[in-house]
Design a protein around this ligand. Sequence first.
Ligand code: CU
Length: 326
Amino acid sequence: MMHILGTRITQIALIVVILASLVFVLATNAGGTIVLSSPRVETLEPHPHTESDSADDTGHGILFDSYVTVENDVWITAIDVELYNAPPHILHHLILSSSEGPDPECPDTAQIRDYIAVGQDTPRTFKFEAPYGIRILKGTELHLSTMLHNPERQGESGRTYKDVQATVRLTTASKADVRTKNIELLRIAVQDTPYCSKDPKGPGFSVPPHVERYIKIPNDGKDRGRFVASTPGTIIDGYAHIHGWDGGRSVSLYLNDKEIITWKTHAETPTDSPIESWRTPQLPLQFDVKQGDTLSVSSEYTNSSNEAVRNAMGAARVFFYPEVGG
Ligand SMILES: [Cu+2]
């Protein structure tokens, strides 16, 4: 399935190219890797952009869905996401997941297992030390959702990129590299919407106008800004996603309301691009969790403009090893 958001005439040519390039969806499972790719976009034109654009707006970005079925039981030891032929910020987001059937807690929605979710600011390479790994069973259908986004910045005419493609490579453990502890990616994010709204690219939250320091905290009751551990376990690593370009500053993670870590975001200009990108660096993170412990997040934003920021995001993404039944 594929969505194309766009109305401009220049994008009509692009649509044709995308349809033709769908056959480039690549899936291999040889030599210890599983590779999924977005279709290759031969010509990625810039589109006009305003301060208040959101990912849901017409013309905002191009969303692809690619699928591959895993042929053997595997343990994933590393994940690498790459974007070819465009600067990092062009990859708006990429999410690898599988559907685990109906969600008993949220009627009419599927329970989604996430493997990795990267945004413009997040790390793109992940490595898991033995005995940890991500276990994927034979027959699992992996779903890669990729959004490319090529905005015209203020005061710039925008740039066109050629042959743009995003790839995620999963390294699988060899027989000698024994992994026994299956980790899962928890996405703990503050948002305005109720628990059962599960749009993976948001929705986030709004930041009111004219606020120097706005702290978004989880909503009351069951909320995605909070995770209650149903088994003891270990957080072995983590990272965060913040919209620095919209005034986002940081995300903090708490264990039973005690701050564990704060990730801060900053702008930088990569050597291969004249355009600023945002980075939220990964920091060492490892701690034990007891059954019943609560992990929660808060996110700090600033907004000096006259308009509210829509679709702000503040998310911690942590790798959790649950000692099931432990
Ligand atoms: Cu985001």
